[in-house]
Design a protein around this ligand. Structure first.
Ligand code: ACO
Length: 337
């Protein structure tokens, strides 16, 4: 049987209402707006309410994507939620979203690949749809990182924000959709970015709480060096997998961690900055939600034209990385067909 062609037919996103500005951080840690903006590009980020969990914002993003897709919740065959901040260890956040949206016919599971999670998710979805196993797969990148950020650590607390982005992957016409996807990992450098406690290695205890081991710990400069190298490499690898070169890129949606990391990828890929979507000034690093939210915003602003070669590229804890090459097609200005 011939493979089908899988593509993103609709996108959606949601960010919590509450904003934390750089001025807020000036009051709680030894930092300042000038340092944060010049070293990261971040001006503010969104944070979930106390009673708002990852599944809540994931559900809102999913419902927006579903509405634009013209599909019903019952038509969704599989839900994949990429997250490092699940509501709880189990049930999976994907199962909670399945219940919330009434996708009664969907299988559901979570994927954990940190900031590369959304690309891991659409890579899995593409495989199911192109093989004909499933018709409609809902992929969500959703995080409430504010729940695991140490607000006494100036090295990390200024970087992260909360949000959710969703995409529906279905069959599309030949020549469009996901042309290639490349994902990779290097577990031997995993200690550069961790949330040490709360799992089977260090179960939650009074000691782990006292030692602040339930918060994100990061070696920022080493992650930075890795990111600079891998962003360009991963994008070029995914392009080569579908017979393309960096000159073919029409639009780049990079992981939103740091403008200096994005700038270095832009330089290596020799792409004009006006073809690169950047929103990290508004949201900070939302891990697996970053690319998903950026893609939805670019789509909503009609920045993606029919036939555009759109590259998604990201890196994250694990360490992990990934890139996808899409041939975009709009329908009604907002979605593929
Ligand atoms: N305000 C003021 N000074 C600060 C702050 C702050 N908020 N944070 C760190 N500093 C200080 C450091 O203490 C250090 O001071 P020292 O020289 O006296 O020790 C100095 O600034 C420089 O620190 P560096 O770490 O070298 O700064 P760098 O230029 O590397 O920027 C940053 C730090 C922004 C964290 C950068 O390394 C970075 O973006 N790294 C990548 C992080 C990332 O992308 N993570 C993504 C994965 S997240 C995931 O997967 C969940």
């Amino acid at each position: 049987m011939l493979n089908k062609h899988a593509g993103i037919i609709a996108t959606g996103s949601y960010v919590p209402e509450k904003r934390l500005t750089n001025e807020y951080f000036e009051q709680i840690v030894d930092t300042n707006n000038e340092w944060i903006v010049s070293r990261t590009g971040i001006e503010e980020r969104r944070v979930a309410a106390e009673n708002e969990a990852t599944s809540d914002i994931a559900t809102k993003a999913a419902l927006r994507a579903l509405e634009k897709s013209g599909r019903t919740a019952e038509e969704i065959d599989l839900i994949i939620v990429a997250t490092v901040t699940p509501d709880m260890a189990f049930p999976s956040t994907a199962c909670i979203v399945q219940k919330n949206i009434g996708a009664v016919n969907a299988a559901a599971f979570d994927v954990e690949a940190a900031c590369s999670g959304f690309i891991y998710g659409i890579t899995i979805a593409e495989s199911f749809v192109s093989k004909g196993a499933y018709k409609n797969v809902l992929v969500i990148g959703a995080e409430t990182l504010s729940k695991i950020v140490d607000y006494t650590d100036r090295n990390t607390c200024i970087l992260f924000g909360d949000g959710a982005g969703a995409a529906i992957i279905s069959e599309v016409e030949e020549g469009y959709g996901i042309l290639s996807s490349y994902i990779g990992a290097n577990g031997s450098a995993g200690e550069l970015l961790t949330q040490p406690a709360g799992g089977s290695r260090l179960p939650a205890s009074e000691q782990t709480v006292r030692d602040r081991l339930h918060y994100i710990q990061m070696n920022g400069s080493e992650v930075f060096k890795f990111a600079i190298k891998i962003m360009g490499e991963a994008a070029e690898k995914a392009l080569s997998m579908c017979g393309m070169k960096k000159e073919d890129i029409d639009f780049l949606v990079p992981h939103q961690a740091n403008t200096r990391i994005i700038d270095s990828a832009v330089k290596r890929l020799k792409i004009s900055p006006d073809k690169v979507y950047v929103n990290l000034n508004k949201y900070g690093n939302m891990s697996s939600a970053s690319i998903a939210v950026a893609l939805d915003e670019a789509n909503e602003k009609n920045l993606l034209k029919d036939g555009d070669v759109v590259v998604l590229v990201g890196f994250g804890g694990g360490l992990t990385w990934g890139a996808s090459v899409l041939r975009w097609k709009n329908s009604g200005g907002k979605q593929h067909v």
